[in-house]
Design a protein around this ligand. Structure first.
Ligand code: U5P
Length: 208
């Protein structure tokens, strides 16, 4: 497994804007979708293609299309919804598998309260989206759930990741690649990423 820290200037510029304590809900939400879109571009660059023929303007031509079943995007409720529109901008016919987890504020352990997965999950690539990979608990629980349902191809897309969370996901699921705009310094005692973005869910939904 590997961690892909996307150094593209657009990604770094947009992430920098998101870190400002001055950002409005509207602007933070828009940037979360935009960075989500750019991470999707990177995370899908090795999708397998297959040739097919069709009628073009000058007769029969050969073109390429993505092979296999459509991707499923897996937003982890609720913050993951903030990246969903950006991902769908690039893969508009993806199926959406929603997973609801909350973090127990005492134990920091994830608790599943909602799960509705796309059909034929075993033959789809899953792009799990959550703005923050902090302790890694939510991501590991979601990957566990997807694997239990038969999914074998999983990638994680997170705006910001903490080294502690990356190490945990790597240990639990070495086959899952992580795509992120930044590997930040560390977690604080409350499980927040430093410098991070603060509470991404609150910022996306304007609940603070
Ligand atoms: N979270 C934040 N900001 C942080 C750390 C965590 O918003 O600095 C939230 C995210 O909403 C994410 C969840 O969904 O906690 C991930 O936490 P964890 O399970 O990786 O610890």
């Amino acid at each position: 497994m590997s961690v892909h820290e996307i150094k593209h200037p657009l990604v770094q510029h947009k992430l920098g804007l998101m870190r400002s304590s001055e950002k409005s809900t509207r602007s933070f939400r828009q940037l979360a979708a935009e960075v989500g879109c750019l991470l999707t571009y990177e995370a899908t660059k090795d999708l397998e293609l297959e040739p097919y023929t069709m009628q073009g303007w000058c007769g029969e031509i050969e073109a390429q299309r993505i092979k296999g079943k459509k991707i499923t995007v897996v937003p982890i409720l609720r913050a993951g919804l903030g990246m969903l529109d950006g991902v769908l901008d690039l893969v508009p016919s993806a199926k959406i598998s929603v997973v609801g987890l909350y973090r127990d504020e005492e134990t920091l352990e994830p608790v599943t309260y909602f799960e509705k997965l796309a059909s034929d999950i075993e033959s789809r690539m899953a792009l799990v989206v959550d703005p923050m990979l902090a302790t890694g608990g939510s991501m590991i629980a979601t990957i566990d759930l997807l694997k239990n349902a038969g999914c074998t191809s999983i990638r994680a897309l997170v705006l910001v990741a903490a080294p502690e969370g990356i190490a945990k996901v790597q240990a639990a699921h070495p086959d899952v690649d992580i795509f992120t705009a930044s590997v930040d310094q560390k977690l604080n005692e409350q499980g927040y990423i430093i410098p991070g973005l603060g509470d991404a869910g609150d910022k996306i939904f304007g609940t603070k």
